[in-house]
Design a protein around this ligand. Structure first.
Ligand SMILES: [Zn+2]
Length: 476
């Protein structure tokens, strides 16, 4: 049997890397910084894809594809954008054995090429809004990388919309932030804090950036999805203009929003424990694993027909797998715990006699999480149990998060708070003050939450008047 995982409390980062490897989610590629996503990890990504794609379509978006290569000059058209992305660009200068006249950037994000195309497609107010999403890969040359969390190439979706008015574009930006929050809470069982990014932390080229921030198991923050109001910055850089109802030329208003394979890192770090991964049922590639238990061929002959019957009853309702490998039940239990399968069903000779099975929950360890359940009506029982587990995992993550968000009254308390969790505090909003806090504590402003207490206070660091509360934490 494989060695135990390094305990989370002992070395969180080591624990994380071990889970990614042992649950066969991803592996390192020979190219430094890039990641191979293995089938089990990829099926998790497919769950993210499906959960979001359904929501994107329900809010009127369509999928399209834009090319991987972008002319270098495109990136230079929006000043803040090029400054933000330059250090991370991968650039193609030779192709087909010849030096290219104009270097091509491997897309770090597609605002520029999409802006160029939108300028061709959008002529009149009747062409608006344009609501397009892309599922693709992007490259940002990172020196310090970690599987799923920070890799040179990653998978994501990027939405790009164009609107006739500022109000519509702002509404879209917030709508997609809500879509991300809803997905994170209801599918990934991750409670998130939706908020606005500070000027320093916003997307390069955006007027305003919004984010959902989640607390990981080591009490650090993970920016889990972002939605940007781009104003007319890209419309002006790329001449996205339309004739309004009065036949006057206007610049369009644009947005962009993205969520990436980082989300998988988030799921691992929010829910995982010392036994391995724990997957919320809605995300789990396998929701129920059936482990047959027998000591002889005679027992096997009695157990296996019931196992097959259970599989058939469950197959239409949930994602089920029978583990008939020639390994001991103990090995199988550990293996599926490592992979985070929400429910384990055990079927042994005694269960066959009693007309029942054992269901063991991954979210509640030991005896407490085990129950004997009648074989009759098993599909309903399992469906109910999965719904309970889904709700319980969100509850557990929310309780953990809430227990580790503090509201310091002094800067000393603030420093202690961000050393071991999140701090919610009045903040003046000034860049200088933010930089000093970061220098001093390594904590950054994660967001200015949409939900504000109202009123005003004094900045936790510099003591100047503050009209908003910000959330501070160390972050991935
Ligand atoms: Zn301040």
């Amino acid at each position: 049997m494989a060695d135990k995982l390094t305990p989370r409390g002992e070395d969180f980062s080591k624990w994380y890397n071990e889970i990614v490897q042992r649950a066969e989610l991803a592996d390192y590629s020979p190219v430094r910084g890039s990641m191979v996503i293995r089938p089990y990890g990829y099926s998790l990504w497919e769950a993210v894809h499906d959960g979001l794609d359904r929501r994107f379509k329900a809010t009127g978006h369509q999928n399209a594809y834009f090319p991987l290569f972008i002319p270098m000059s495109f990136l230079q058209k929006e000043k803040e954008h090029v400054e933000g992305f330059s250090p991370e660009l991968a650039v193609v200068t030779i192709a087909g054995g010849e030096q290219l006249e104009e270097p091509l950037v491997v897309r770090p994000t597609s605002e520029t090429i999409i802006g160029y195309m939108y300028a061709q497609w959008i002529k009149s107010y009747r062409d608006l809004p344009v609501l397009i999403n892309c599922w693709n890969n992007v490259v940002r040359w990172e020196l310090r990388t970690r599987l799923f969390l920070r890799t040179a190439e990653f998978l994501w979706q990027e939405g790009h919309t164009a609107h006739a008015t500022k109000e519509e574009a702002e509404e879209e930006t917030r709508r997609m932030l809500d879509v991300y929050s809803d997905f994170a809470r209801n599918d990934a069982a991750i409670p998130v804090i939706p908020g606005r990014k500070s000027e320093t932390e916003k997307f390069a080229g955006a007027v305003r950036s919004y984010t959902i921030e989640a607390m990981m198991g080591d009490k650090k923050a993970l920016q889990s999805g972002t939605s940007h109001f781009l104003g007319q910055n890209f419309a002006k850089a790329f001449e996205i203009k339309y004739l309004d109802k009065n036949n006057e030329l206007q610049y369009a208003w644009t947005t962009s929003w993205g969520l990436s394979t980082r989300m998988i890192g988030g799921i691992i770090m929010v829910h995982g424990d010392d036994q391995g991964l724990r997957l919320p049922p809605k995300m789990a590639p396998i929701q129920v694993v059936i482990v047959p238990i027998f000591k002889s061929d005679a027992e096997k002959a009695r157990v296996m027909p019931v196992v097959e019957q259970m599989r058939e009853l469950l197959a239409g309702a949930v994602r089920v797998k029978v583990d008939d490998r020639e390994e001991t039940p103990g090995f199988k239990f550990n293996d599926w715990e490592m992979r985070g399968v929400p429910v384990r069903m055990e079927v042994g000779p005694k269960d066959v006699d009693k007309g029942s099975v054992v269901l063991a929950r991954r979210d509640i360890p030991g005896r407490e999480g085990k129950a004997f359940v009648p074989q009759a009506g098993i599909a309903d029982a399992v469906r109910d149990l999965l719904a309970q587990i889904q709700a319980n995992m969100l509850k557990q993550a929310t309780e953990f998060r809430d227990a580790n968000v503090r509201e310091p009254k002094t800067y000393e308390e603030f420093k202690a708070a961000v050393d071991d969790g999140f701090a919610r505090a009045w903040w003046c909003g000034e860049k200088q003050c933010e930089a000093e806090i970061k220098e001093d504590t390594k904590a950054t402003t994660r967001c200015i939450p949409l939900e504000q207490p109202g009123g005003s206070g004094t900045c936790i660091h510099c003591g100047k008047p503050a009209s908003e509360i910000a959330v501070f934490a160390k972050a991935y």
